[in-house]
Design a protein around this ligand. Structure first.
Ligand code: SAH
Length: 350
């Protein structure tokens, strides 16, 4: 039975499900979930991420990781963690750039947090066996400082949606219409603390994103280190329905083909970072454009053009895609969570 038919049967038997439950099933159902069965990144796949736009992205994250390690006092051992490494491109580019600091690569133990078996196989092909795989951050052993990166992970963590109606707040849920098709509906919800929100306003709440912020915060306060989280999302609290399904680079109806499309919501940086601060960590936020500019993406692009003049136009387009305000430069944000008492690279006056 298809995932759609199984979800319809479950809803018929047990009632509507929240958007968060629906996202979890579509992404991670063991038999038919998107990441469990068919994640496809890149131009031939369903969506393209920054590391796949250009090698410059992962290389500059590598420069950031080395500089962060140096600012931390160059500890003899550090856990270099990536959550949701996709096909492994970011870590591969990061490690190549980090080779200019052999003491760093000697100190860094690489841990990949991944739940998708097909993606783990791709990562293994690119990165070999010299890295460790775990299914959850909690399985990365404690007791050494952390340098963690995650690109486009927060957006796959499930969120609930609440809608302002004429009479108050309701939860957006997925039920069945008269023909038995999956359909959005409304269910009773606790009232949110925004009495003046306009009718139709949508408030998203991701317990999973906030829980990750708290987990990173408490861990980094205990062991030291920094976590760099890059994603499309909001930098200020705000209303908006950001649930989006992407299949072969096209937006599709999120209810139309469960498990066959990537399904995301915006990263909620205010919620993630405040959850980390509540654990005693410090945080800061830049746009992706600002982060990459401060790490020297302009100079890196020039160096690549000098080495390959015939690629000048391509490299210019890649740079524009990563940093331009109407491309990934502003919608994408880079949040950092770090232990108190220092400021990670690029965040000096952020
Ligand atoms: N960082 C990569 C891939 C982004 S796609 C890039 O930028 O190209 C999202 C990644 O997060 C995939 O690797 C997916 O398998 C992983 N992922 C999704 N949900 C996850 C979860 N709950 N825990 C850990 N990884 C998850």
């Amino acid at each position: 039975m298809s995932l759609r038919d199984r979800l319809a049967a479950e809803i018929a038997a047990g009632g509507p499900m929240s958007v968060a439950q629906f996202m979890t099933r579509c992404l991670h159902d063991p038999a038919d979930g998107y990441y469990a069965t068919r994640p496809a990144l890149g131009p031939e796949g369903d969506f393209v991420t920054a590391p796949l736009v250009s090698q410059m992205f992962g290389e500059l994250i590598g420069v950031w990781a080395v500089a962060a390690w140096q600012m931390m006092g160059a500890p003899a051992r550090v856990r270099l963690v990536e959550m949701g490494p996709g096909d492994g491109t970011l870590m591969s580019d990061l490690l190549r750039a980090a080779r200019m600091a052999p003491e760093f690569t000697a100190a860094a133990e690489v841990w990949l947090v991944e739940v998708s078996e097909p993606l783990k196989a791709k990562q293994r092909r690119l990165l070999g066996e010299a890295v460790h795989w775990v299914g959850a951050l909690a399985d990365v052993p404690e007791g050494a400082p952390l340098i963690l990166v995650a690109n486009e992970l927060l957006d796959c963590l499930p969120a609930r949606q609440f809608v302002r109606t004429a009479t108050g707040w309701a939860e957006q849920v997925i039920g069945l219409d008269a023909e038995g098709e999956l359909a959005f509906g409304l269910a009773n919800a606790p009232q949110l603390p925004f009495p003046d929100a306009p009718a139709g306003a949508v408030w998203e709440q991701s317990a999973a994103q906030a829980a990750l912020g708290a987990e990173l915060g408490s861990r980094i306060v205990r062991d030291g280190g920094a976590a760099l989280l890059i994603d499309y999302g909001r930098g200020e609290p705000g209303f908006g329905d950001t649930l989006q399904a992407l299949r072969r680079h096209e937006k599709v109806d999120p209810l139309a083909c469960p498990g066959e499309a990537d399904l995301t919501v915006h990263a909620d940086f205010p919620a993630v970072l405040s959850a980390a601060r509540a654990q005693g960590a410090e945080t800061a936020l830049l746009t992706q454009g600002e982060l990459l500019a401060r790490l020297g993406v302009g100079e890196r692009a020039e160096a690549l053009v000098r080495a390959r003049p015939e690629k000048s136009a391509v490299i210019g387009r890649q740079l524009n895609r990563l940093v331009a305000a109407d491309q990934m430069g502003e919608l994408f944000k880079a949040g950092v969570i770090h232990s108190p008492g220092w400021t990670p690279p690029a965040y000096e006056d952020a």
